[in-house]
Structure formats: structure tokens, C-alpha cells
Design a binder for this molecule. Structure first.
Ligand SMILES: *Cc1c(COP(=O)(O)O)cnc(C)c1O
Length: 221
């Protein structure tokens, strides 16, 4: 029952244009089913094996989001069903997603992950690397991936100013791309930012997609 209440409490705070991705990593399928029964359809996982196992057990109309760091060699395991890959952080990974999507005769939506936190442990492009990639002639040959926006994770800190300025930084990257290389792409519209601890700030700074785990399912061990 608590999951349903948590979900509606969060949904009450989200403007209509902001999508809630329920981050269910480490949680058993029973709890995902509970969220599903409460109406939630988009779920986020950060490990390929866990994502594949859960997908097989749960209803087929779930939209599965891969939110974690994705290894190139594991793309083929999720290419047939994944709805959105949030963490594209290298050209090599993007090319592999394109290849596996083509094999499955589909187009896979992805987000470019930017490194916005000061913590060097986090993955992601910087703007220079994205420009380098988008200047590569090979980039335009990728017909089976669609870049629909950007994603980032703020520093894990209680200092609101730090988190806010990192989210602003991601929104600036988004706007630069939106006004540049993606200016013709009406589908380039997503900014995936905000987790349990910081999603209200993320929304104020332009998030269109929040990835919320513990505030829905409880703390992970
Ligand atoms: C775990 C995770 C989340 C959700 O974290 P919570 O603090 O539990 O809301 C969001 N995004 C990514 C990439 C994650 O790995």
C-alpha cells in the first residue's frame, strides 16, 4: 500500500510535462507489480541482467529505461525491448546501440549523458566530446538510434546551490544542442535529471524526466 501512496505523493508534485521513471533496481518484482497496479508504467534499472530478468516476468506494456552505465558488450541483451537508454557516454556505445537496434529492426531512443558532477566517479561526456562526435561523418549514418535529449546526475550533497548549478549546467548543454546540431529535431526534448533527494530542484531547472527510486520503494541496502 505504501508504494501507491508514495507514487501519488510524488506525482502530485510533478508538472504535467514531467515524466516519472520509477527506479526499481535491487527491488523484487512483487514491488514493481505493486507500482504497476497503482498505474506506474515506466521503470528504470541500472543493471542489464536484472533488467532482462524482470522484463521477462512482468507485464509487456511496461516501458523499460536503462539508467545505469551500459557496457558495449551488453547492449544486445536489451536491444529488443528497451524503451530508452539514458546513459550514452561514448560514441562507441552509441554505434553499438545503433548496430543492435538495426538487427532488431527498430530505432532505439537514447539520451546523451553529461558529466555535470564534480565527482570524477560519475560517467558522461563533456561538450567538447559531443561536438567531436557530432562532427564525425559516421554520426549521421546512425539510422537506428534517435537522440531524444540529455541526462545527468548531480553531486551527492546536501548543498542545494551545488546541485542547482549542476542542473543549470545540464540545461545549458541541452539548450546549446537544441539550438545547434539538433535544431531540426523536434524529438530532441528530454532532460533527464532529478532523483529522490533532488527532484524538486531538478524540476525547477527544467527537468522533463525524474528518476526516483528510494522515495517510491524505500531505501536500498
Ligand atoms: C539509483 C539511481 C537513481 C534513483 O536514486 P534514488 O536516490 O533512489 O531516487 C536515479 N538515477 C540513477 C542513474 C540511479 O542509478
Amino acid at each position: 500500500m505504501m508504494i501507491k501512496e508514495n507514487l501519488s505523493k510524488i506525482l502530485d508534485q510533478l508538472p504535467a510535462h514531467v515524466k516519472l521513471i520509477a527506479v526499481s533496481k535491487t527491488k523484487p518484482v512483487e514491488l514493481l507489480q505493486e507500482a504497476y497496479d497503482a498505474g506506474q508504467r515506466s521503470f528504470g534499472e541500472n543493471r542489464v541482467n536484472e533488467l532482462v530478468e524482470k522484463e521477462a516476468l512482468l507485464p509487456k506494456d511496461i516501458k523499460w529505461h536503462m539508467i545505469g552505465h551500459l557496457q558495449t558488450k551488453k547492449v544486445k541483451k536489451i536491444a529488443s525491448f528497451v524503451d530508452l537508454i539514458h546513459g550514452v557516454d561514448t560514441f562507441k556505445l552509441l554505434k553499438e546501440i545503433n548496430k543492435q537496434a538495426a538487427r532488431n529492426e527498430r530505432v532505439i531512443d537514447v539520451l546523451l549523458q553529461f558529466q555535470i558532477a564534480k565527482e570524477s566517479s560519475k560517467f558522461g561526456f563533456d561538450m567538447f566530446e559531443v561536438e567531436e562526435m557530432t562532427n564525425d561523418p559516421e554520426f549521421f549514418e546512425l539510422k537506428n538510434v534517435r537522440i531524444v535529449g540529455v541526462m545527468g546526475m548531480a553531486t551527492f550533497t546536501s548543498e542545494e546551490d551545488v546541485v542547482r548549478s549542476e542542473f543549470q549546467n545540464l540545461a545549458e548543454h541541452f539548450n546549446a544542442l537544441k539550438g545547434g546540431i539538433f535544431r531540426q529535431a523536434e524529438y530532441f526534448k528530454e532532460i533527464s535529471m532529478g532523483m529522490s533527494g533532488d527532484y524538486p530542484i531538478a524540476i525547477e531547472e527544467g527537468s522533463t524526466m525524474v528518476r526516483v527510486g528510494s522515495a517510491i520503494f524505500g531505501a536500498r541496502n
